[in-house]
Design a protein around this ligand. Structure first.
Ligand SMILES: Cc1cc2nc3c(=O)[nH]c(=O)nc-3n(C[C@H](O)[C@H](O)[C@H](O)COP(=O)(O)OP(=O)(O)OC[C@H]3O[C@@H](n4cnc5c(N)ncnc54)[C@H](O)[C@@H]3O)c2cc1C
Length: 707
């Protein structure tokens, strides 16, 4: 048969969907074509993925499954048939306007189904864990939907937390503070101002029911990370008992405000408060920006931020205020208040500490973002690893079968360390939530430092994971329906909002520096932030590490602690050196940025490792524990490879670095047989993954096109 006839036959068979082999076709007969073979049939699981999922999700598994079910049942979630499977995902091909409206319809559908019940009106740990869990599931479906809810509920969570802080008093000595304040302890007693209970109840109820649609207006065109520099100005009119909010210049316009462009009726606006000509610093006010019919209120102008590289289901907007009057009660007054006759009242004298107190309740946003990043990594790894267990490329022997992607050692090396990190961060994320839910005034500093470190670390990890997964899926990674590529645009913003990652990591290293100075100056042991290891003798790393050394949690902890201790010493010394040369503390920090960054990462990685070890310790001996031990070793060893500090400062000899590399390769091959079970343990339903995670031949067959 000549070439042309054979091609014609093949095409004819494709078009007719012929499945019976035609012997005359020789090697082009369908039984010589690629077949999809479900990896689930051939990849055994040595442990129970359901048990692993319980450990990973940590809480509210039934609630999560309930919500997955709600979303798959509704056409609003855009179910699409691909081959024999149905996938749910927003239609990102819609216009920005359509995406926003679709997001809003989903918000109301979930409201109707009772998803947000108790998100604001119930406050115990159970309610908070439920809210975290449901938020995580929503983020797996669509980041825009999660953020749209986040900016709305934030309005009241912050309102609530301001009230809460007011009632209990707190330690405000940690946020965005210069050095001397980082080491200071300010235990304000119960701060007594105006009663706000009825005020809280009104906002909480109306927001939970979506009668009030909230947004959060902090950032301005001219100031983002530097919140203290914002230029919106509020004054007080004692004749009417009202505050008057103004946007004095173009750079003071509120910018990026999620929900403001279309839907929000109310905002928390952050503004400088000027009382009797004296600037009292940044304060927050609840302000109505639209009426119930969606008309923009008088003296307010709103414009759209326009199309973005992702997150187009969220209507980010810009706001200008022109003599906008709000009642005196609309000042969030937990930290400071203004009396009817216009006197400024605050129990916190220092404006810098007062500012820190205002920002203290914002940690909830960072906790949410950190854990959401990990669920995005899980989604992309589940897709890329499932694909790599069905996709073949090249043979290693003449006429031999093509090799599965995940059987290439290089492919294992690309994906499996990211999988191990995702597991580690999952456990650390659970701990962060626990610490947050049980927060007390005493734990505020720890929450601030952990949430900053984890938010930056997890979201950076997520972006790296998404890129690697995208590439690991080849061209298929670029198809929106396969999710991994598209998620990059959707999640990129995580490294910028709720605190730019670089700025957050600066905060972390400054906080560690503060602990260091306090311990040295007062000759007292380190206590808190996991720095107690600094009180013990310096760990010694053997010059010739064996495989069992490298896999021991004690050695891994020692090596991570050694690095953190040394970097903290070096950082403190360098800051001191710059100060001795006449630099201000702030500038000394800036000049020491390399060590600050190394230290921030070292702290974060050590904390995550310890949380992983604690999670592992809760599991009885057996296959689950064994696999966790492999993952933990991979998590630790990969940083010996990636962080140049281990060699630069000699924590590892070059021989040991060589041993690490070999061990990572061994760990890859040991983890390879468990890869499918490890991603199945994420508990993400098939319909929330993409077609390439399953029978991608079927999903792309001509018959599918006709569907
Ligand atoms: C999609 C989206 C949604 C958002 N939603 C909201 C919202 O609902 N409400 C709201 O109030 N805000 C929102 N924001 C704003 C967001 O919080 C800010 O973008 C963020 O705080 C960063 O501020 P910026 O963009 O002005 O960047 P800048 O502060 O100008 O930072 C730019 C760069 O400079 C670096 N940099 C800044 N200062 C330093 C320093 N001291 N040392 C070293 N490097 C530095 C940063 O690391 C960063 O890389 C949103 C933003 C986006 C993109």
């Amino acid at each position: 048969m000549d070439q042309v006839t054979r091609r014609t036959q093949v095409l004819r068979n494709h078009l007719l969907c012929r499945t019976t082999p035609d012997p005359s076709l020789g090697p082009f007969a369908p039984n010589h074509c690629l077949n999809y073979s479900p990896p689930d049939l051939v990849e055994p699981s040595s442990f129970n993925p359901t048990d692993m999922r319980l450990l990973l999700d940590g809480h509210n598994v039934a609630d999560r499954d309930w919500l997955f079910g709600l979303m798959t049942q509704s056409r609003l979630f855009n179910p699409q048939q691909r081959g024999a499977k149905v996938f749910v995902s927003p239609d990102y091909n819609q216009s920005m306007e359509q995406q926003r409206e679709a997001t809003m319809k989903r918000v109301f559908y979930l409201l109707e189904k009772g998803v947000y019940q108790g998100w604001l009106t119930e406050t115990g740990p159970e309610a908070q864990f439920r809210r975290f869990a449901l938020n995580e599931v929503i983020g797996i479906y669509d980041h825009s939907l999660a953020i749209k809810l986040g900016v709305h509920f934030f309005l009241c969570l912050i309102e609530f937390d301001f009230g809460r802080f007011k009632r209990v008093g707190t330690e405000y000595s940690f946020l965005f503070l210069p050095l001397h304040l980082l080491v200071a302890e300010n235990r304000g007693g119960a701060i007594q101002f105006f009663g706000t209970k009825s005020h809280h109840e009104k906002w909480l109820r109306d927001t939970e029911n979506y009668e009030v649609k909230g947004c959060f207006a902090m950032t301005e065109l001219g100031h983002g990370s530097n919140v203290r520099g914002i230029e919106t100005v509020t004054t007080y009119d004692s004749n009417t008992g009202e505050f008057i909010i103004n946007t004095p210049c173009e750079s003071a316009q509120k910018y990026w405000i999620g929900g403001a462009a279309k839907h929000a009726t109310h905002t928390i606006v952050f503004s400088q408060l000027s009382i009797n000509g004296k600037n009292q610093g940044v304060h927050a006010f609840i302000t109505q920006i639209r009426d119930a019919d969606g008309n923009v209120c008088p003296n307010i102008r709103i414009a759209d931020c326009g199309h973005k590289i992702g997150l187009n289901g969220v209507d980010n907007g810009r706001i200008w205020f022109n003599n906008v009057r709000v009642p005196r009660e609309n000042l969030l007054n937990s930290v400071a208040d203004v009396s009817q006759d216009g006197q400024y009242l605050s129990a916190i004298e220092d404006p810098v500490q007062r500012f820190a107190a205002f920002l203290a309740p914002l940690t909830v946003g960072r906790v949410n973002i950190a854990v959401a990043a990990i669920y995005s990594s899980k989604t992309s790894l589940a897709i890329a690893i499932r694909y790599s267990l069905t996709r073949r490329a090249f043979s290693v022997t003449p006429n031999g079968p093509e090799v599965l992607l995940l059987d290439y050692p290089s492919h294992q090396r690309r994906l499996l360390p990211l999988l191990a990190k995702t597991y580690a961060m999952s456990f650390a994320g659970n701990d962060l939530k626990k610490i947050y839910v049980k927060r007390t005034p005493e734990s505020n500093k720890m929450i601030h430092v952990f949430s900053s470190a984890f938010k930056a670390t997890f979201t950076w990890h997520n972006m790296r994971t998404l890129q690697e997964c995208r590439e690991a899926c080849g061209g298929q990674g670029l198809k929106t329906e396969n999710r991994v590529g598209h998620l990059k645009g959707e999640y990129d913003v995580q490294s910028t909002f709720e605190g730019d990652n670089n700025i957050l990591m600066q905060q972390v290293s400054k906080a560690l520096h503060g602990e260091y100075i306090a311990a040295k100056k007062r000759s007292r042991p380190f206590k808190g932030l996991g720095l107690e290891h600094m009180n013990s003798p310096c760990p010694i790393i053997p010059s010739q590490l064996t495989s069992s050394d490298l896999r021991s949690s004690q050695f891994q902890t020692d090596a991570f602690c050694l690095r953190e201790r040394d970097l903290l010493n070096r950082f403190a010394t360098e800051v001191l050196k710059h100060q001795a040369q006449g630099q201000s503390k702030e500038h000394a920090f800036n000049l020491s940025y390399e060590l600050a960054e190394d230290l921030g990462r070292a702290f974060s990685q050590r904390t995550i490792l310890q949380m992983f070890i604690e999670a592992e310790a809760t599991v009885p001996s057996g296959s689950l524990k064994d696999i966790l031990s492999l993952l933990r070793s991979m998590y630790a060893l990969i940083f010996f490879e990636e962080d140049a500090a281990f060699l630069r400062y000699g924590y590892l000899s070059t021989d040991n670095a060589d041993a690490v590399r070999k061990e990572v390769t061994k760990l890859c091959s040991e983890l390879r047989p468990h890869a499918l079970a490890l991603v199945n343990s994420f508990g993400i339903p098939d319909s929330f993954l993409g077609p390439i995670a399953f029978n991608w031949i079927d999903a792309n067959a001509w018959s599918s096109v006709q569907q």
